[in-house]
Design a protein around this ligand. Structure first.
Ligand SMILES: N[C@@H](CCC(=O)N[C@@H](CS)C(=O)NCC(=O)O)C(=O)O
Length: 360
C-alpha cells in the first residue's frame, strides 16, 4: 500500500507505528503534489491517506486500523476483554482529538520549534509551490499558527492549561508504564498506537516538548522507542484482563478534558454554530471551531458503549465515575453528525477535522 503522509505528522506517525508492528509493508509518499486526485478519491486533503494495491482508498487512522485488524487479525492490538477494549479505544480517541491542541501549540508557538518544523515542512512538502523558500516558510508558519493554535483557543489565558494537558498525559503514562511495558499489557494495544500520534512525531521529536519528556518522563521516552521497535510475532498478544487501578488518573483526565470538549462541540454542532466555548478544569476556552468529525467520534464511542454487555457497561461506569463521562451512556440524544451513515469508513470520503463544522 501507499501511505500518503509526512515524516513529522501526528496521524501518519500513529499509522506507521501500527503498520511496522504488524509487519504490513507500505511506501510513504507525499499527497501535496497531486491534491486534486486525492480529493476526488479520498474526500479530504489530510494525512495519512492510504492508496491500496486493490485500488481502494482509506482515510482516518482510527477506522484504517480497525479495517486492517480485520484483514490481519493476529496478533491483534485490540484487547479481548470488552471493558479493557473499550477503555483502550477511549484512550485512542483522547490521544487523537484532545492532545492535538497541545501538540500544535508546542510546535507552532515556540520559536525554536516553529523555525525547525517550518524548514522541514517547506522542504518536504511545499516544493511544488513556485515561491522562494523563505516565502514558503513564512506561509507555512502563518498557516499553522493561525489555523491550529490561535484559532483553536490557545491564548495567554489558556496556554498554561494547554501545557498542563501535556504534562498530565506524561505523568499518567509514567504511572501506567511503571507496572508494564505497554499501557495495557506486555504487548502494545490500540491505546499505545493512539498515543503514538501525539507522542512520536510531536512531543517526542519537537525540541521544546521533547526536552520536557526526557526530563520529566523518561519512561515515556523509552516507551516511544519500544513501541516503534515492537514487532508482532506469532505469540499470543498479552493484555490485562481488567483495567488496572494505575489507569485511574488518566481516565479522570480524559473525562475532565476530552469528554467535556466532545460534549460542548456536539451541542454547538446541533445548534448549527460555527464556534463554541467550553470550561475545562476551570479554564475557559473561547471561539473554538466546531468539528463535525468530532461529533462522529462521540457517536462512535457511544455506539461502542452500547454494544457492551451489561456487565461491561457497569464496569466502564465504575471506571469513569465522573459526571462528564455520562454523555457516553446518557439516554438523551446528542446531535447527529450524519457522517459516514452508510458505514463505509475507512473507504468513505473523509472530512477535515475543522473543515465541515456546520452541515451545508
Ligand atoms: N482523523 C484523521 C486526522 C488526520 C489529520 O487531521 N491529519 C493532519 C496532519 S497530522 C492533516 O492532514 N491536517 C490537514 C491540514 O493541515 O490541512 C486521522 O485520524 O487520520
Amino acid at each position: 500500500m501507499k501511505v500518503y503522509g509526512i515524516t513529522v505528522s501526528y496521524y501518519t506517525g500513529k499509522l506507521e507505528a501500527y503498520l511496522r508492528y504488524k509487519g504490513i509493508n507500505y511506501e510513504l509518499d507525499h499527497p501535496y503534489a497531486d491534491q486534486k486526485r486525492i480529493k476526488e478519491l479520498a474526500g479530504a486533503i489530510q494525512i495519512p491517506i492510504v492508496e491500496r494495491n486493490d485500488g481502494r482508498w482509506m482515510s482516518d487512522s482510527t477506522p484504517i486500523i480497525q479495517q486492517l485488524e480485520q484483514e490481519h487479525p493476529t496478533p491483534t492490538v485490540l484487547p479481548s476483554d470488552e471493558t479493557v477494549r473499550f477503555i483502550a479505544m477511549l484512550i485512542e480517541d483522547y490521544a487523537d482529538e484532545w492532545l492535538w491542541r497541545a501538540a500544535m501549540h508546542y510546535r507552532w508557538s515556540y520559536e525554536h520549534d516553529r523555525e525547525l518544523l517550518s524548514r522541514i515542512l517547506t522542504d518536504e512538502v511545499m516544493t511544488h509551490i513556485p515561491l522562494p523558500r523563505f516565502m514558503r516558510r513564512r506561509l507555512i508558519k502563518k498557516r499553522q499558527r493561525i489555523g491550529f493554535v490561535v484559532r483553536d483557543g490557545v491564548c495567554a489565558d489558556t496556554q498554561a492549561h494547554v501545557e498542563a494537558g501535556y504534562l498530565n498525559a506524561l505523568t499518567n503514562m509514567e504511572a501506567m508504564l511503571s507496572e508494564r511495558p505497554y499501557l495495557l499489557g506486555s504487548t502494545p494495544s490500540i491505546a499505545d498506537f493512539g498515543l503514538m500520534g501525539p507522542m512520536l512525531r510531536h512531543f517526542g521529536q519537537d525540541p521544546t516538548p521533547a526536552e520536557i519528556m526526557r526530563d520529566k518522563a523518561p519512561a515515556v521516552f523509552s516507551w516511544l522507542a519500544r513501541v516503534w521497535n515492537a514487532r508482532a510475532t506469532a505469540g499470543e498478544p498479552t493484555f490485562v484482563s481488567e483495567v488496572p487501578d494505575v489507569a485511574a488518573p488518566m481516565l479522570k483526565e480524559i473525562a475532565e478534558t476530552h469528554l467535556v470538549q466532545l460534549a460542548e462541540n456536539a451541542a454547538a454542532y446541533g445548534n448549527q454554530q460555527k464556534h463554541f466555548e467550553m470550561t475545562v478544569q476551570g479554564c475557559s476556552y473561547k471561539n473554538l471551531p466546531v468539528s463535525r468529525y468530532r461529533v462522529h467520534c462521540l457517536e462512535q464511542l457511544r455506539e461502542a458503549f452500547d454494544a457492551l454487555s451489561d456487565g461491561a457497561q457497569s464496569k466502564v461506569k465504575s471506571l469513569l465515575p465522573y459526571p462528564e463521562a455520562e454523555l457516553l451512556w446518557q439516554a438523551a440524544p446528542i446531535a447527529k453528525s450524519e457522517y459516514d451513515e452508510a458505514r463505509e469508513a475507512p473507504f468513505n470520503k473523509a472530512i477535515n477535522v475543522y473543515g465541515n463544522g456546520v452541515p451545508q
